[in-house]
Unconditional design. Sequence first.
Length: 329
Amino acid sequence: MALLDVTDLKVSIKAGDRTAAIVAPLSLRLARGKCLGIVGESGSGKSTAAMAIMGLLAGGPLQVSGQILFDGADLAQLSAAEFRKLQGTGIAMIFQDPMSSLNPVMRIGDQIVECLQAHRRLTRAEARRKAIEALARVGMPDPEGMMARYPHQLSGGQRQRVMIAMAIVFEPKLLIADEPTTALDLTIQAQILQLLKKLSQDLNMALVLITHDLGVVAGMADEVIVLYSGRGVERGPTAEVLENPQHPYTQGLLGAHPSMDGEHARLTPIPGTPPAIWQRPSGCAFRDRCPAAFDTCALVEPHPVAMPQQAHKVACLLHANPLQSKETA
């Protein structure tokens, strides 16, 4: 049984008599110890989907629908108190910017201790001991000394390790890492990714990795979902999707990304920009930027179709109708 099973997740916003979908509909399954990569340009709905799974959108202006099963439990059926108990202990999340996610006027140790005491009946001494253990586990130098420091006294990589320590202090079954390497140099990025991979293996923890970097996905994820304008346009085993991309958007992302095998080829940017949620075109949302678009793309919204490799699915009319080709566009 999958640890996380999401079916037809939809996140929408309403303004007056208009409703726009930010994410719709998204389905995914993830087993313990596995890593799922979610990739796409900024604004594609990656972080919004993650926050919906975490229950962080409840009570806000966004409307969330669909089914989210975690470890067999329907999260929609949990009370607010039950969900709060699950957040951080069963499901944890590392947010994009560690500097803005940490309280700048609290010492690092106090922030981790506060997190521990919010979920466990621990004395301050017990919570402090566990906080130091968590910092040591994520490779923080001088973990006891770091407890007394403030966020501005730490480097970007050290702040990210603190965020990871706070996320794994309860050994969650699922960790969602939202752009965990943002604003870090390449050497520190590699260290953080290696740390996440090791923690996933040591704790048998499922990992959802949100990123726009295909190189990160290639080295980390077992499966990948490519999002465009809130829709999943391609998904499947990571090696299959990256080596044999079928959707023009996935092909465009790879064409705009430096080669992962060391070859020096000219990068080809995707023309245009993703549509705003209120201005999403009819039919396929990618059609205005797609070199293979044809007339029907403006009329029909494509749904995922299985490729010969059944685990590989693509939402594109070029594959929905085998008789249709670029030449007939």
